[in-house]
Design a protein around this ligand. Structure first.
Ligand code: SF4
Length: 586
């Protein structure tokens, strides 16, 4: 809490419809976001119990600077991932952080299981458990509309919800946040579904007790200028991350057709530039961000005979265009948007859905699965067949879809095709085939996300990277990002929020931390996550990378399997040693 030395945690027990508030001084040294959420997960998780068991928790946390400084917009969720069985962490912007702040909380811990489908209404005055039976089976858009109608109020509220995929426990279902943002990866949607929790509406009107307003405004202005008047973040507003499509394609790093290729002959047709020229209708922002990086594209759809058309708006970014575009061989922006819309309505994680479908396309061609399994003629470039398959995943219509609803790890156990299953550390590949730092980084990252340490960016920095340099980068970057995510700073603002700026912002609201405190936090968060993973049985001993990543050239040519395995071994040795030192110091 601003001006206080504790973290105010709201505990919600769905089974008994009870809520409790605790002011936790002991959590204060983790600041908020990923730090507090990891600690609360460590405390509340049940080892050796199914991630979808009702006793497992969902944690959502914000930070001390949330929405009071520019681009400090994220809420961080932690859970045990039903997708990997490991540490689950996901970040979302939108209005959620502001709503939690205005409701007067720093973190929310949800446990138990509601007896019937339920949605929660959390305000600064009350916690209500409401009947969601009529919403069960509705898609993301319909659910949002019903809650807006049932819970009228000003625009300062946040509505988060799951679709059919979450209800049906697809292990890569997401939680939609305020329509255009998501807790995307690792299956938090299924954790909501396992608790009969369809949605949450959060709002409040708590004041912000900032003691030294003069200092606060001064620091705010300095940061605002850096955000808006330098080129630190300009690219995110202009074309946004879709600008990567053309760039990655030109350097042979755009995974295409299940990574049979790293360049796409139709890259120009689905580039950020083409989306902007043909489909872009507006750009929106998370609350507290002046950038507006969320690009909304529109396409026209014929919904009935007789010239009946509707226009559909969906947000798009690089990862979506990669996973539901180039990786599936989709050639036009309208078609990419159509597939994105289907994924959105079902409430699925876009990256994993695209990678699973790309694998299924190749597995069908190779005869590992049949048309009776897929119920669709999956073929690269065939948009309508992918649209059918997405619905089948969310509905889990047969044994095949039930299996692939658990992701590629389970799919290859049953059907084979491990060599072309694009998995890094049990999570499906993000949209960069740049080289060793990306491959290692996604594999070892705490949540197996490309955003844990951004190896793809380091790969692009130089041709001849030494082994030591890669290891140092991956470890140091992930630790530094632990500071940013504990403060809930959007990672797009990482160039704005260097350490001096972070300390200045903290000081301006009365948190007098030093550089050493930030280093301590970085280590504590990094190793707390590793501790949780170890307790859940995580190990990279005997880990095998998929063959396909070595067959298709990256920007620097083909990767050498032996070298990547050596890098993994070096990483494990170094981190294990540091982990022992950290544990001893506890
Ligand atoms: S840069 Fe984009 S994702 Fe980040 S806070 Fe701003 S609008 Fe949200």
């Amino acid at each position: 809490m601003i001006g206080k030395d504790f973290i105010r945690v709201l505990y919600i027990d769905l089974t008994n419809k009870k809520a409790d508030i605790q002011e936790r001084k002991d959590l204060y040294k983790y600041l908020g976001g990923a730090g507090v959420a990891a600690k609360l997960l460590e405390e509340n998780m049940k080892k050796g119990v199914d991630p979808l068991h009702e006793s497992q928790p969902i944690i959502i946390s914000i930070g001390p600077l949330s929405t009071i400084f520019p681009v400090v917009t994220k809420a961080v969720a932690t859970f045990i991932s039903p997708h990997t069985g490991e540490y689950g962490e996901s970040h979302a912007g939108g209005r959620l952080a502001m709503a939690i702040r205005n409701a007067g909380y720093d973190a929310i811990v949800i446990t138990g299981k509601a007896q019937k489908p339920t949605y929660l209404v959390i305000t600064d005055k009350n916690i209500e458990f409401k009947d969601a039976r009529a919403m069960w089976g509705l898609d993301i858009e319909e659910t949002g509309r019903v809650i807006r109608e049932r819970e009228p109020g000003p625009g300062k509220r946040s509505i988060i919800r799951i679709g059919k995929a979450g209800e049906n426990l697809v292990t890569y279902s997401c939680v939609n946040v305020d329509t255009y943002r998501h807790f995307g990866r690792l299956g938090i949607g299924a954790v909501f579904g396992s608790k009969n929790l369809k949605a949450m509406m959060i709002m409040g009107e708590e004041d912000l007790p900032i003691a030294n307003l003069k200092e606060y405004f001064k620091t705010y202005q300095e940061i605002y200028k850096k955000v808006t008047q330098t080129d630190a973040m300009a690219k995110y507003h202009e074309l946004g991350t879709p600008m990567n499509i053309k760039v990655l394609n030109s350097i042979s790093s755009l995974p295409t057709k299940n990574l049979l290729q790293s360049t796409f002959e139709h890259a120009d047709d689905i580039s950020g530039e083409t989306f902007a020229e043909k489909n872009l209708v507006r750009k929106v922002s998370c609350v507290g961000c002046p950038i507006g990086c969320i690009h909304i594209g529109q396409f026209r759809r014929e919904f009935d005979k007789g010239y009946e058309y509707e226009s559909i708006s969906v947000s798009y970014d690089h990862e979506l265009i990669y996973a539901l575009g180039s990786l599936l061989g989709i050639k036009t922006t309208d078609e990419v948007l159509q597939i994105i819309e289907e994924v959105e309505l079902a409430g699925l994680d876009a990256i994993t859905t695209g990678v699973v479908l790309a694998w299924a396309t190749e597995a069908l061609k190779k005869g590992l699965i049949s048309r009776e399994d897929t119920l669709a003629d999956l073929e690269f470039g065939n948009t309508m067949e992918y649209v059918k398959a997405i619905d089948n995943i969310a509905e889990r219509v047969n044994e095949f879809y039930y299996t692939i609803g658990k992701g590629l790890k389970e799919a290859v156990k049953k059907y084979g095709g491990e060599e072309f299953a694009l998995l890094y550390g049990g999570n499906e590949m993000a949209g960069y085939h740049t080289g060793y730092a990306f491959a290692l980084g996604q594999t070892v990252g705490a949540r197996h996300s490309h955003l844990d340490n951004a190896g793809y960016s380091y790969d692009q920095s130089a041709k001849e990277l030494k082994d030591d340099e890669i290891i140092n980068y991956v470890i140091n970057e992930e630790k530094e990002r632990a500071v940013l995510t504990s403060l809930c700073i959007c990672l797009f603002a990482r160039k704005v929020y260097d350490r001096p700026t972070i300390l200045k912002a903290l000081n301006a609201v009365g948190i007098n931390w030093t550089d050493d405190d930030l280093t301590r936090l970085a280590n504590d968060v990094f190793f707390t996550k590793l501790k949780i993973k170890k307790e859940l049985g995580y190990s990279l001993e005997n880990y095998k990378f998929p063959k396909r990543i070595f067959e298709t050239p990256t920007m620097w040519g083909k990767m050498d399997e032996e070298r990547l395995n050596r890098l993994l071994k070096m990483y494990i040795e170094r981190v294990e040693k540091e982990y022992e030192d950290w544990s001893r110091g506890k």
